[in-house]
Ligand binder design. Structure first.
Ligand code: GDD
Ligand code: MN
Length: 363
């Protein structure tokens, strides 16, 4: 269990009007608890001199200011703050009071009591999102959907894009973090070392002073970030393993068909046996290689997965045939080209089925 203490990391860019109230409210909610804490402000040399305003506040001995001269960006500023933090529990929050400082003690106590990561959540019970315009909300939903599709580990989390959270320092100690843009929590959830995540609802308020720094550039950063995270997370690797296993299955399929037919078995029967041999080879290779990390063992589990895999692949065959027919007969595409496209689409389907269903634990 980590000691009760906290390093509160706050990235800032042109937030001078918010700093006095922010620091005042943090001191008011943390002070009475009696455990040590520090505030680490990481300012990117704000033109409005946020760094200077911060250094002039009362109770300044608890506040450290890191002024970055040659780098800009929310997520990397947070990383700088995490590296500088001296306590075991780290809290990350915005400076503009859209994240209520009164919720910090609860986040810290969740981590102190066993959670590896505690997330201030707009979508958990008692949470609310009031500070986003309808268009920003829509963008945020789209971003969330993309992340959920790419990263299985965040699917049970309600607000993986939150900018308000606390965690044990050990979560990021050995993680290879390299975020661009805004979504530092997403990076930590995909790359960090942790087992338990807890969510605390809070209301994301409107901004009273200053403006959001979120713009079109950040939306592009987000796409770049999720893609790089996908490559680094091992999920990209997994897809190619799946394809390689499929290649082995196809060769086995052909070999069995050939051998049995040459031995005098009726070729259609040999074909059925060949297909099943390929399916079984795919299944067992995927189990012990592609999806090894799912920790799937036991007879009952294996049988369930075997049934699911077959169900997925039967539908895959139907999709493949439908595309072959549609492209060839309706659109006049050369049939071998149609089939190549059909195989590609079916492969993605099969992969999706394996990724989201076949190797999921049974409930
Ligand atoms: N150092 C530094 N450098 N800080 C920055 C930069 C930067 O380039 N850009 C923004 N910040 C600081 C702001 O000064 C503020 O304290 C905080 O990061 C959040 O910036 P906003 O521009 O106010 O973000 P938002 O309100 O649109 O979105 C925030 O809240 C969402 C919900 O929790 C972000 O934290 C999002 O990541 C989060 O999803
Ligand atoms: Mn904000």
């Amino acid at each position: 269990m980590p000691n009760n203490n906290a390093s509160i990391v706050i990235p800032t860019y042109n937030e001078r009007e918010n700093i006095p109230e922010l620091l005042e409210r943090i001191h008011r909610s943390m002070g009475p608890l009696g455990y040590p804490f520090e505030i680490v402000i990481v300012d990117d040399n704000s033109p409005d001199e946020t760094w200077k305003v911060a250094s002039q506040q009362p109770d300044g001995d608890r506040v450290r200011i890191i002024r970055r001269q040659d780098e800009r960006g929310l997520a990397t500023a947070v990383l700088t703050g995490i590296q500088a933090a001296k306590y075991d529990i780290i809290v990350v929050m915005d400076a503009d009071l859209q994240h209520p400082p009164e919720k910090i003690p609860e986040l810290v106590s969740r981590v102190h009591n066993g959670a590896d990561i505690a997330i201030g959540s707009r979508f958990a019970e008692h949470g609310a999102l009031e500070g986003f315009s309808p268009s920003r909300q829509l963008l945020s939903k789209g971003a969330d959907l993309l992340a959920r599709t790419l990263f299985r580990e965040i699917r049970s989390i309600k607000d993986p894009e939150s900018g308000f959270f606390a965690f044990k320092k050990s979560v990021t100690a050995h993680a290879n973090l390299s975020p661009v843009g805004y979504k530092i929590l997403l990076e930590i959830l995909v790359q960090g070392d942790y087992t338990t995540v807890s969510e605390v609802g809070y209301t994301f308020d409107k901004r009273e002073n200053g403006v959001s720094k979120f713009g079109v550039k950040n939306a592009v950063h987000y796409l770049r970030h999720t893609w790089s995270l996908f490559l680094r997370s091992g999920e990209f690797h997994r897809f190619w393993k799946f394809v390689a296993v499929g290649g082995v299955g196809a060769i086995l399929n052909l070999a069995v068909l050939y051998a049995l037919t040459e031995l005098g078995v009726f070729y259609l029967l040999a074909g059925v046996i060949g297909i099943e041999a390929g399916l079984l080879s795919n299944f067992f290779l995927n189990r012990s290689w592609t999806f090894r990390d799912r920790g799937t063992s036991g007879l009952r589990y294996t049988l369930t997965a075997l049934y699911r895999d077959h169900a997925v692949r039967v539908v895959g065959v139907v999709i493949n045939l439908l595309i072959l027919w549609l492209l060839t007969s309706v659109f006049g595409v050369y049939y071998l080209t149609s089939q190549l496209i059909g195989i590609g689409v079916a492969m993605v389907w099969n992969y999706g089925g394996n990724q989201w269903w076949t190797w999921e634990p049974t409930s």
